[in-house]
Structures are given as structure tokens and as C-alpha cells.
Write a protein that binds this ligand. Structure first.
Ligand SMILES: Nc1ncnc2c1ncn2[C@@H]1O[C@H](COP(=O)(O)OP(=O)(O)O)[C@@H](O)[C@H]1O
Ligand SMILES: [Mg+2]
Length: 365
């Protein structure tokens, strides 16, 4: 999967841009505030229907415009496709794949698996479990067609269950909902567990390259006591759930634990090492997707040089290139990237005040 052509209209400070892209490494450079992150964000928005920077989608629409439009010509495994997205300031969103209106944004995500690596990415290791759950679920979603529906059902039933808890409903009333909740929770947990297991095998090899002296252990915690069935857990925590008004454990509390020896990675590793670990996690996901369903991800890598020395920059670019994925890498100074590569980038773009221009240069092919 890759983008062959991209058109952006009224996205952040980009009024209009039309880019012919390489299926390999696209290097985007420009000064602070020129629109580099906005360009990556536009690709992400086209693939996910939302931003990675702001949960308020209207913020990405150019301030003097009522709507944004994104369009891409895609190279899929089964041929070419045209993907278009229009987002109005009033919240309306319209997505078309080869002219057909898509009813669900999840179909969009399925079409365009995107991985993002930004200076903020290592929040994955610092913040609460939500980001790590989303990390697991990215893989679960892309590799198992059952996952999306099972997880949607868990969330829907939990919402209803929590309303019943707030009304102090009897255990019998709640138990009626629990039957489905247990079934879907077990399904979600099994898929997640399987995914982390498969990822771990690949991850070990990649971490060895990035952090050769460190042994990182990655494990999955499912969100309730490891010795109890979910059914028993729900039963035994009923009084507590009633008191708090919400379901205290379950698939919505699952997490990914990353440790060096007995220490959480955040305490054991430096900032630079944590960044590399996050990169290793994302690269492993891309590689696993290729292995499992023969699909390439698209990598959006923002501000790559920040906090990485030249040697690690080189290593990271090599690992990214080895995934065979299409890469979009931004930097203020292109030399910092070009010097870390064995051959020139496949395509280079300069961004200046929202204008994107291609830099003519000999291509790698
Ligand atoms: N909705 C918007 N409309 C117009 N300009 C915007 C909007 N949102 C952000 N900007 C501007 O876009 C510029 C580009 O930002 P950004 O892509 O983050 O730059 P870079 O990553 O190159 O440093 C910033 O100057 C910002 O103020
Ligand atoms: Mg930026």
C-alpha cells in the first residue's frame, strides 16, 4: 500500500498542494512553521478521518476556508484506487473510495494502515494505558477481521452496564448484560493476547539492534486478575462497581507492560533510548502486518533528527527502509537526513509558508 499522488486543499496553512510521491522515502524539509507536520497530518487525516495532533477536527481546516479536501491515488496490492475525503466546518464528513461513499471510517483505516512517529510519540510509554491499548488495537484491528466488531460491542455494553450501575440496579439485572460482555471481552482479549505474542517475537530482534545492551520484556495484561475468569471477576466486584458507578475491570483496562529487569522502562532508560524503543515498537508493527496479511503500512516520521545522534538516525532510517513501506520523513535541515542515508532520498519536497515544491534530483531507481 502506498500513495502515488496526493492533493491537499485548505488543510492547516496549506492552501493547495499537488504531489507526485515516491513509494520509498519522501523527505520533506522546511523551517519551523512552514507546514511540514501539517503535510503529514493531512496524510493521516485521509487515512483515519481525524488528526494525530488535535481531537478538534475543525482546527485542521484552513482558517479562511469552510472545508478541507484531500485526495489520493493509491497503489493497493490489488491495483489502484482513488480515495477522497471532504470535511466541512459544520462537522460533516464525506469519504469516497473509487467514487463509492464509505459508511464507516473503519473502512478507511483498513485501506490505509498508518504508523506515526513524532517527538511526542514516546508519550506511549509515559502516559496512561489508553495509548498502549490503542497501540495493541492498531495491530488487532488490522490483523483480525473479528476484532473491530467485538471491541465495539464491549464498549457499547460497558456503557449500558455503567448506566445500570449508576442506577444501583440489582445484580440479576446486570448479570443479563454480563453474558454478552463476557463473551466479547474474551474474544477481544484472545485477539490482543495473540497479537502481542506474535509482535514480541519480531520485536526482540529489532530492540537488539536499537538497544543492544538492554533486555526489554514486553507483556500483555488483560485488564483483570490473571487467575480469575472474567465472569467471576464481575461477580466479585459487583459491590465495588455499584459504589463507583462504573465497571472497574475488563478489556477497557488492558495494558502493555514494558520492563527492563523488574523496572518499568520509563525509569530504566534515557529519553533517547525510550524514543528508540517506541520506534522499535512501531517498526515491529509494520513488519508484522506485512508478514501476517501482506500489507505495507505508511510511515509518517516527524522531526526525525530530534534527540537522536547520527548513528541512531542512520540505524532508524535503515530499519524503516527495511520494512519496504512508503516513508514520509520531515526535518528542518535535510542534510541531517541525507547524511544518514546510503543513497539519496527517492523524492524531496521543500515546504515554505504552506507551499510545497518538489526538489528535482536524480531518483534512486
Ligand atoms: N487551521 C489553520 N489555518 C491556517 N493556518 C494554520 C492552521 N492551523 C495551523 N496553522 C499554521 O500552520 C503553520 C504550519 O504549522 P506546522 O505544520 O506545525 O509547521 P512545521 O511542522 O513545518 O513546523 C503554523 O504557522 C500554524 O500557525
Ligand atoms: Mg512540525
Amino acid at each position: 500500500m502506498s500513495l502515488a499522488q496526493l492533493q491537499i486543499t485548505s488543510f492547516r496553512n496549506i492552501d493547495s498542494a499537488q504531489l507526485q510521491l515516491s513509494g520509498g522515502l519522501n523527505l520533506i524539509y522546511g523551517l519551523n512553521g512552514s507546514g511540514k507536520t501539517s503535510l503529514l497530518e493531512a496524510i493521516y487525516f485521509l487515512g483515519m478521518g481525524r488528526s494525530f495532533r488535535s481531537h478538534l477536527s475543525q482546527r485542521v481546516i484552513k482558517s479562511d476556508s469552510d472545508q478541507l479536501t484531500l485526495f489520493a491515488q493509491l497503489n493497493l496490492d490489488k491495483g489502484q484506487a482513488k480515495l477522497g475525503l471532504r470535511r466541512h466546518r459544520n462537522g460533516d464528513i464525506e469519504v469516497r473510495l473509487d467514487g463509492n461513499k464509505l459508511q464507516r471510517l473503519s473502512t478507511l483505516a483498513e485501506t490505509l494502515p498508518i504508523q506515526v512517529i513524532t517527538p511526542e510519540s514516546f508519550a506511549l510509554l509515559f502516559e496512561g494505558p489508553k495509548a498502549r491499548r490503542q497501540f495493541i488495537d492498531w495491530g488487532a484491528f488490522h490483523t483480525d477481521p473479528q476484532f473491530y466488531l467485538a471491541w465495539s460491542n464491549v464498549r457499547r455494553i460497558l456503557k449500558q452496564r455503567n448506566q445500570l450501575l449508576k442506577r444501583e440496579s440489582s445484580y440479576q439485572e446486570i448479570e443479563y448484560w454480563d453474558r454478552d460482555l463476557i463473551r466479547y471481552t474474551e474474544q477481544v482479549t484472545e485477539i490482543r493476547n495473540q497479537y502481542v505474542h506474535s509482535l514480541n517475537e519480531l520485536l526482540t530482534g529489532i530492540i537488539e539492534k536499537f538497544l543492544p545492551q538492554v533486555e526489554v520484556k514486553v507483556s500483555f495484561t488483560r485488564g483483570w486478575d490473571s487467575k480469575t475468569t472474567y465472569s467471576e471477576q464481575l461477580q466479585s466486584q459487583y459491590a465495588r462497581d455499584i459504589a463507583s458507578g462504573h465497571t472497574g475491570s475488563g478489556a477497557h483496562k488492558a495494558d502493555l507492560r514494558l520492563r527492563v529487569g523488574s523496572m518499568p522502562v520509563q525509569d530504566a532508560l534515557s529519553r533517547g533510548q525510550l524514543k528508540l524503543l517506541v520506534c522499535a515498537l512501531r517498526i515491529a508493527q509494520g513488519k508484522l502486518l506485512k508478514q501476517q496479511i501482506n500489507k505495507h503500512s505508511v510511515y509518517l516520521v516527524d522531526d526525525l533528527p530530534s534527540e537522536l545522534d547520527a548513528g541512531h538516525r542512520q540505524l532508524l532510517l535503515k530499519q524503516l527502509a527495511d520494512t519496504g513501506a512508503q516513508l514520509f520523513v520531515t526535518a528542518i535541515d535535510p542534510a541531517a537526513i541525507v547524511d544518514s542515508l546510503h543513497c539519496p532520498p527517492d523524492r524531496m519536497f521543500h515546504v515554505e509558508q504552506g507551499n510545497v515544491t518538489v526538489i528535482e534530483q536524480p531518483l534512486r531507481e
